[in-house]
Design a protein around this ligand. Structure first.
Ligand code: ZN
Length: 166
């Protein structure tokens, strides 16, 4: 797995807006993940859909994940390792069918990486900074939010912890 440095990622970002978004969120950094497990180990801990999304960069079908319509106060954690990633305070309804957030819980919660899997449509992939699991992508198409960013996350990649249980 290659984690791009911030400068590389910014260079790969195509639009002026995407560059600005990357500079603003400032989440790209190099480094080892704290949690390192084999596919076999992850398969024992995750169900098949979770494994496919988190460890094989899959995408759940839109409007299918339960967290898309979760509106309680709380924290969204990585389904794979439990690291806290997003606050319900920054969740918004983007209408895209996936849970969306305009910023991460902390500046170093996630790692960003250029994703060129879709021909002609470069995207920025979002990984858990603690375990390297795939969470979704970030887009700079949310001008209705304070940051303009839309962290478009797979519901199965996240675990919601309600505030009252924290
Ligand atoms: Zn994780």
């Amino acid at each position: 797995m290659v984690i791009l440095t911030r400068n590389t990622a910014v260079r790969h970002a195509t639009s002026q807006q995407a560059r600005a978004a990357l500079a603003r969120v400032g989440l790209v950094h190099e480094g080892q993940f704290s949690v390192n497990k084999s596919d076999e180990e992850w398969q024992l801990e995750l169900n098949p859909q979770e494994f496919q999304v988190l460890r094989q960069a899959g995408t759940e079908a839109p409007f299918t994940g339960p967290l898309n319509t979760e509106h309680r106060l709380g924290t969204y954690c990585c389904r794979a390792c439990g690291a806290p990633l997003f606050s319900s305070d920054t969740k918004f309804d983007a209408g895209c069918g996936w849970p969306s957030f305009y910023q991460t819980l902390a500046g170093d919660s996630v790692v960003l990486r250029s994703d060129h899997k879709l021909p002609g449509r470069p995207r920025i992939e979002v990984l858990c900074a603690n375990c390297g699991s795939h969470l979704g992508h970030v887009f700079d198409d949310a001008p209705q939010t304070p940051t303009g960013d839309r962290f478009c996350m797979n519901s199965v990649a996240l675990k919601f912890v309600p505030a009252e249980s924290l």
